[in-house]
Structures are given as structure tokens and as C-alpha cells.
Design a protein around this ligand. Structure first.
Ligand code: AMP
Ligand code: MN
Ligand code: MN
Ligand code: MN
Length: 277
């Protein structure tokens, strides 16, 4: 039996493939009781998810996954339990999405220069919501066009650092992201910390800065963490007196390596982020 909480999921409002209603319905079916919708840089799916959750008797936590540039790399910071109507948060996310739009066109130009025409238009056509185009949409388009077999392959060959379609991020600062989340009454959580390939020293710096800015949690259980990584970050959470979160990072049934409702429980000794919800 999986964890009853899943605090990191995506819908068609960003780069997931299920609508908010479909996502919530599926979550209820697999026994999740508390679900956070955390689309990248947007709150556009929250209202629909809340309506579906109310129908199904599931608790929907309004959330977001903010793209942050820190120390020259991209990090993802989750905001959980925030007020999705808060104006400063909404204005901040709008600014991040403006950068995202510029970047999408830039990715298209760079791929075009390498002999892959029409990638921006193709990615845009695959985006359910024209207000959000991400690298995942480019990846799905390139797979469709036969440039690679899987979305993962596209990332490896075209979209990461050193590859033709890579654009260095210029996202929100850590300070901005935490300011927006806290200003909207939310809890800030470092998403999938093991994915950043930071040295132990850099990770300690990040956690220190994050705590000083009012961050409270770290994603210990993640669909993208191995069992060993889970124990490493459980220990870091305890050492830094941070709360522990758990989320699948679900993007839809086309991404079979990560399913809903299969998250293990938090390791012993962690204080769950939902301790006083
Ligand atoms: P973006 O915010 O548009 O730069 O896209 C980031 C998203 O791309 C992540 O949230 C994942 O959904 C996806 N992604 C990143 N790296 C990979 C990868 N190596 N394989 C598959 N999907 C990835
Ligand atoms: Mn994503
Ligand atoms: Mn992420
Ligand atoms: Mn995510």
C-alpha cells in the first residue's frame, strides 16, 4: 500500500498529460487522500482541481513548482498550501512564464539552426495550454518526429547543458520564490534534491540559505529518488530540522516509470510536512 499523501504532481496546465480533473480522479481511484497539484510556474489548474477534489472527497493542496536559478543552475522549489489568488505570487509567476515563453522561442531557434525545423510550433501545438510551453513539449515533438525514441533520449541528446537546444536558465531567484510562496501563506520545499548533482558542501549551503529565507521542507520521498537517496535526504532533513515531504512528480500515464499511488512512507525519524495541517 502506498502513502496516502502525494504532494508533487503535474497537469495539462504545465507539462503533465492529464487535465486537473483527470489527475484528481485518478488519484482518488488509487487511494490518495491528500494531493497537491504543483504545476511548473503556474496556478492555472488549481481551481479545476479543487472542484474535482470536492466532488470526490479528496483533499487538494494548492501548490506550485517554481523554477529557480541558484548558483548558475536550475532548482525547483515547491510551494504547498498557498493561496492561489494572492496577487504578488501571481505577478511573480507571470514574470517567470514570460521568461519561459522567450526561452521556448529560443530553443526553437537553436534547434532550427541545427537542422530541426518547426520545433517551436510543434511544441506549442502539443502544449494543452498555450500559456505554458516546456522542454517536455519539445521532447514529445522530437520523439513524434523520429529524432529520438524516448523523451529521456531527447533530453540527453538535445535539451541539457552542452546540447544544441539548451538555453541557460534565467528563472526566479531563491529569495523571490520563497518570498512569493511565504507571502501567499505557503510552505516552501526543496523539490527532488538528489537531482541537482550538488556536492555535499553546496547542498549544505543551499539548505542553509533556504532556511534563512524561511524554507521549511525538503522532498525526501520523490518518484525520482532511489532508496539510497531517500535515506540520505531523510538524514539531511533531520540534521537541518526541516520537515519531510513526499511526492511522485507524476506527469501522466505516458511516463510509466512514475505511477500515482505507489509512494513509500517516510523513513522513521522524519517529521512529515503535513504534521500540523
Ligand atoms: P522545463 O521547466 O521546461 O525546463 O522542463 C523541466 C521538466 O522537464 C521537468 O519537470 C521534467 O518534467 C522534464 N525533464 C527534465 N529532465 C528530464 C529528463 N532527463 N528526462 C525526462 N524528462 C525530463
Ligand atoms: Mn515537468
Ligand atoms: Mn522538478
Ligand atoms: Mn515536478
Amino acid at each position: 500500500m502506498g502513502s496516502l499523501h502525494d504532494l508533487h504532481t503535474h497537469s495539462t496546465a504545465s507539462d503533465g498529460t492529464l487535465t486537473p480533473t483527470e489527475l484528481v480522479t485518478r488519484a482518488a481511484r488509487v487511494g490518495i487522500q491528500v494531493l497537491a497539484l504543483t504545476d511548473h510556474d503556474t496556478l492555472d489548474g488549481i481551481a479545476e482541481a479543487q472542484a474535482a477534489a470536492a466532488e470526490l472527497g479528496l483533499t487538494l493542496i494548492p501548490g506550485v513548482e517554481i523554477s529557480v536559478t541558484w548558483g548558475g543552475r536550475t532548482l525547483h522549489i515547491l510551494g504547498l498550501g498557498l493561496d492561489p489568488t494572492e496577487p504578488t505570487l501571481n505577478a511573480g509567476l507571470l514574470g517567470v512564464r514570460e521568461y519561459r515563453d522567450w526561452r521556448a522561442k529560443e530553443i526553437g531557434l537553436r534547434l532550427g539552426a541545427k537542422g530541426i525545423p518547426g520545433a517551436y510550433a510543434g511544441a506549442l501545438a502539443l502544449a494543452a495550454d498555450a500559456r505554458f510551453v516546456g522542454r517536455t513539449h519539445f521532447a514529445r515533438f522530437l520523439v513524434q518526429q523520429g529524432y529520438a525514441d524516448t523523451v529521456r533520449d531527447v533530453f540527453k541528446r538535445y535539451l541539457v547543458k552542452g546540447k544544441p537546444g539548451h538555453v541557460t536558465g534565467d528563472w526566479a531567484s531563491l529569495e523571490q520564490a520563497l518570498g512569493w510562496i511565504r507571502g501567499a501563506g505557503g510552505q516552501a520545499v526543496i523539490a527532488h534534491p538528489a537531482r541537482y548533482s550538488l556536492t555535499g558542501t553546496r547542498m549544505r549551503h543551499l539548505i542553509g540559505e533556504f532556511r534563512e529565507l524561511g524554507g521549511v521542507g525538503i522532498e525526501v520521498i520523490s518518484g525520482s529518488h532511489s532508496r539510497d537517496e531517500t535515506f540520505v535526504y531523510a538524514q539531511r532533513a533531520r540534521d537541518a530540522a526541516l520537515l519531510a515531504s513526499a511526492g511522485s512528480d507524476y506527469h501522466g500515464p505516458e511516463h510509466p516509470y512514475m505511477e500515482l499511488g505507489r509512494l513509500p512512507n517516510l523513513p522513521a525519524g522524519c517529521t512529515p510536512i503535513w504534521v500540523d495541517w
